[in-house]
Design a protein around this ligand. Structure first.
Ligand code: ADP
Ligand code: MG
Length: 615
């Protein structure tokens, strides 16, 4: 006789870590929280910055990173750089960008980008997926089971660009825990989310773009007050300025030398000048010297442009320079001392630069990944990013079946299968509760909702899948579907109205009452089990008592009376003994019934009839 029809919650295993990925225009990198320490994960040559470059070879082979970049100058059409600029965009969007690269589009009039390469047509999502796959491979050196990640995107990315990023991740076999805005990731890396409140400005000058974001922090939650930027203002533009300057100095033109080669040399010289006062550029046996003062002069208009954009962002948000608590520098270009000085002057404060500006976004993403995957607990982010209190359903006997556990990172989904407890039941009343206690009466009642109108069936026969889905905003949707297709849905906001203190109190009460709760739970579970057995037994005796000898029938009736008596005592030990005794006494009866049903089956009944009568 099947007794307990509710499936147990799946065991929670120790999960592999989740990683943070900065999928940049110029460089991409991956970081991971390893035993509380955030580490940027290098490739097998020890490099942590992976150039966001993918090169397609004949026969479909693909190179990613430095190997791909090495041949950019010789094989530009098959070497895709800055693919981030193409994500979720049409060729006409991309061609409208100043300095758009020499992409070869399959159809410039199409609504999405597709590029021609020697290996055939490729789209930006596939190209990005190659970069992500390479980063995943690096991460797998830490743990080969890693498959979850937080991936950062610029704050200004629209839905199409965000969706394209998610699609690339899916192709790379990555489960995206969250797309996180790059400026928010940088602020998290500096631990600014731990402050109670404040304004921080993130100044991100990368390879392709300049992005500035003004964030307001309140109770551990970042709100983007304003963003600004220029999609054609970054390190690449400085490289072009230097390349033109060098060609001019040496009296060379585009005809004399491959322009992309000049750009590569210009960039090396620019990066040298972060630590040196001059650098020599050699082109076609000719040499010129780039000095810091020439560089500063070349980049002054660009730096002024970035500061004018900052000014505009502050104005948009009606925030004054004196109201800014922190300025964070992000992006490889902010290593340039001149840029640091200018930013410090403008904001009248020293910007935060302790964390390497190339790595800060990936580090913030890794911290966020660690929290979202449940490896790191951050009280400030409790209400925002995880289920603050377990969510469950009241079962027969008032016991709570927890479906989404406390501290499960959101978004999350969990499904549990339930069944009916009474014959002919064609509806179900679900009571949603929130809390850590074992009994529904001790938890917070969230909502009641009904699922009705499914075909009446014997007890235990119906299969009702109840799915809890909680989105990033903490919105909970519960859906119940019965096997016949009848369904019902309800939405609740579970953390609504719960203060931090209330959450803490509810958790504490579960700890204080844990022992008593577990004892209560055991009792209620046993009582439910006993009631189910009694119900099934009554039904079986109603139809098949003739199968039993009068002695056996009497024994069963006595054992049944003993169980009923033990239930009144509410003593779990007594109930256990009586329950076991009745189970033993009914064992033979169950076998007899089974044999009868089987022999009836042999007389022409179908297997499904047999299955139905076995319930
Ligand atoms: P993205 O976010 O666009 O991928 P990054 O943050 O990786 O960009 O920044 C890349 C830019 O930073 C490039 O233009 C690169 O030349 C520049 N850069 C990297 N290191 C230095 C350095 N030491 N000095 C100056 N510029 C640098
Ligand atoms: Mg970047």
């Amino acid at each position: 006789m099947p007794l307990l029809q509710i499936q147990n919650p799946k065991e929670i295993k120790q999960k592999p870590p989740a990683i943070g990925i900065d999928l940049g225009t110029t460089h991409s990198l991956v970081a991971c929280d390893i035993n509380g320490q955030i580490q940027v994960i290098p490739d097998d040559k020890g490099h942590v910055l992976l150039p966001s470059v993918v090169r397609y070879l004949p026969k479909g082979d693909v190179l990613v990173g430095n190997e791909a970049k090495a041949h950019f100058a010789q094989d530009p059409h098959n070497t895709i750089v800055s693919v981030k600029r193409l994500m979720g965009r049409s060729p006409s969007d991309v061609l409208a960008l100043p300095h758009s690269l020499d992409y070869q589009f399959v159809d410039t009039k199409a609504s999405f980008c597709e590029l021609v390469t020697i290996a055939g047509k490729v789209n930006p999502i596939e190209v990005s997926a190659q970069i992500l796959k390479k980063l995943m491979k690096q991460a797998h050196h830490i743990d080969k089971d890693i498959h979850e990640a937080v991936i950062t995107v610029p704050a200004y990315f629209d839905d199409a660009q965000r969706q394209a990023t998610k699609d690339a991740a899916r192709i790379a076999g990555i489960k995206v825990l969250r797309l996180l805005n790059e400026p928010t990731a940088a602020a998290i890396a500096y631990g600014l989310d731990r402050h109670a409140q404040g304004n921080c400005l993130i100044f991100d000058l990368g390879g392709g773009t300049f992005d500035v974001s003004l964030l307001q922090l309140s109770q551990g939650v970042f709100q983007v007050l304003a963003t600004g930027g220029d999609t054609a203002c970054g390190g690449d533009d400085i490289d072009h300025l230097i390349a033109h300057w060098a060609l001019n100095q040496l009296n060379l033109s585009n005809q004399d030398i491959h322009y992309s080669e000049v750009v590569v040399k210009a960039r090396v010289a620019k990066e040298d000048l972060t630590l040196q006062s001059s650098s020599i550029i050699t082109l076609k046996d000719k040499q010129c010297t780039l000095t810091v003062s020439i560089l500063n002069e070349l980049i002054t208009p660009l730096v002024n442009k970035t500061l004018a954009i900052c000014q505009r962002v502050l104005k948009d948000a009606a925030v004054m320079i004196s109201d800014i608590d922190h300025v964070v520098l992000v992006g490889g270009m902010t290593r340039t001392p001149f840029i640091r000085e200018k930013v410090a002057q403008f904001f009248n404060q020293a910007p935060l630069t302790d964390i390497d500006p190339d790595k800060v976004v990936a580090i913030g993403a890794a911290i966020s990944a660690s929290i979202l995957s449940g490896h790191r607990v951050d009280n400030n982010m409790l209400l925002l990013d995880v289920v603050p209190l377990s969510l469950g359903i009241e079962m027969m006997g008032g016991v709570v079946e927890k479906i989404l556990m406390r501290n499960t990172p959101i978004p999350a989904t969990a499904t549990q299968t339930f069944t009916t407890s009474v014959d002919g039941q064609n509806g179900l009343s679900l009571h949603l509760v929130q809390g850590e206690r074992e009994l529904a009466k001790d938890c917070r009642s969230l909502a009641h909702f009904d699922l009705s109108g499914f075909p009446a069936m014997p007890a235990g026969k119906a299969r009702i899948d109840v799915t809890f889905r909680i989105d990033t905003d903490g919105l909970l949707e519960i859906e119940a579907i019965e096997a016949s297709g009848v369904k019902s849905k309800i939405c609740v906001k579970p953390s609504y109205g719960l203060t931090d203190e209330a959450v803490t109190a509810l958790i504490e009460s579960s700890i204080t009452n844990a022992e008593e709760d577990i004892a209560n739970r055991k009792l209620y579970e046993r009582m439910t089990e006993a009631n189910q057995l009694l119900m099934s037994l009554d039904k079986a005796l109603g139809t098949d008592s003739a199968l039993l000898s009068s002695i056996k029938l009497e024994e069963i009736i006595q054992a049944k009376a003993a169980l009923l008596q033990s239930l009144d005592s509410k003593d779990v030990k007594k109930i256990n003994i009586a329950l076991e005794a009745l189970e033993n006494k009914t064992q033979e009866f169950a076998e007899l019934r089974l044999n009868t049903i089987l022999s009836q089956a042999l007389m022409g009944k179908s297997i499904s009839d047999i299955e139905n009568s076995l319930v």
